[in-house]
Design a protein around this ligand. Sequence first.
Ligand code: ZN
Length: 343
Amino acid sequence: MLRFDRMSSRSTRAAHEAFPPFRIDPRDVRSEAVRCAVCGEDRPRSYRPGMYSVAGVPFHLVRCPCGMVYVNPRPDGPTLGRMYSDPAYYTEGYNLGVETENYFDRRDELVQQYTETARALSAELGGTGELLELGSAGGFFLEGAKRAGFRVRGVELSAPAADFSRRELGLDVYEGWLEHAPWPDGTFDVAYADNVLEHTTDPLGTLAKLRALLKPGGHLVVIVPSYVNSPWFRALLLAQRVLPRKLLGEELVRILKLDPAKDSGHPYHILEFDRATLTRLVRAAGFEVVSVEGSVPLPAHLFKVARPDLKTRVLRGVFRALDAGMRWRVLPAARLRFLLRRA
Ligand SMILES: [Zn+2]
């Protein structure tokens, strides 16, 4: 049976010190029906009932004939606001559920990793410049980009996260919604949105605002998870009807999001893009697609072990093989990275 280690109690304590204890009252959970954010149609078909819940109130995934998958009805604005005040967002719910450690505890490791990411981005674009990150969280990517030579600014909705990035890293981060951010149009050379667009209530408006903030010819990087709207997820949903769950193991069932009844988290991902639906949306927002790359998120804890046992080595091999297959487009992607240019 495959097992992934639980988050350490030290991380749990650190998270609870950073954020006060939090509970959402079921009476405060409200929802609203929405149309497809990509094509505007209102013809949802059931996709994954009860995928998420907030204070015991279930939320369902539906699929539009255009291929888009989304939460409908979804939590309304104030309910979403309450969800993002929950400390669990930066612990259990972060990074697609594949990580076992609290985001803030991984500061040094993430800054180092993002410095490499930003250096590669600079090489890809042929230089650095003014960079904006949408959803800058604790500021670790911005810090990495700064070290790689970019001049950086961020937008972050979460007050504790924005505060952390200003206090601990001295970064210029605007706390609030992108549309209220203080910068004039045409300010930035690069905008970066890593695991953000799937959280937004108006993705087309968000992309249009990012486009306006870019200089003509400026670039936007959009990274989204695409596993839940992929043949992987659909095949696993079918397979688990006939395969005994013991074969996968509890932790893998959790990571693969196959048992909503038992372990359903908050609907942070209200949108689930795939290659076709995101391509359609970014073009509608006035971007041209420079490149699209598929990949799978590699669980960091698997690759940090100095002397891996056989099981860990096998899992590393599986993840590396999946990642290679997705980069070569032999396999459907679990994560997509779009490099876009302001048309
Ligand atoms: Zn649609």
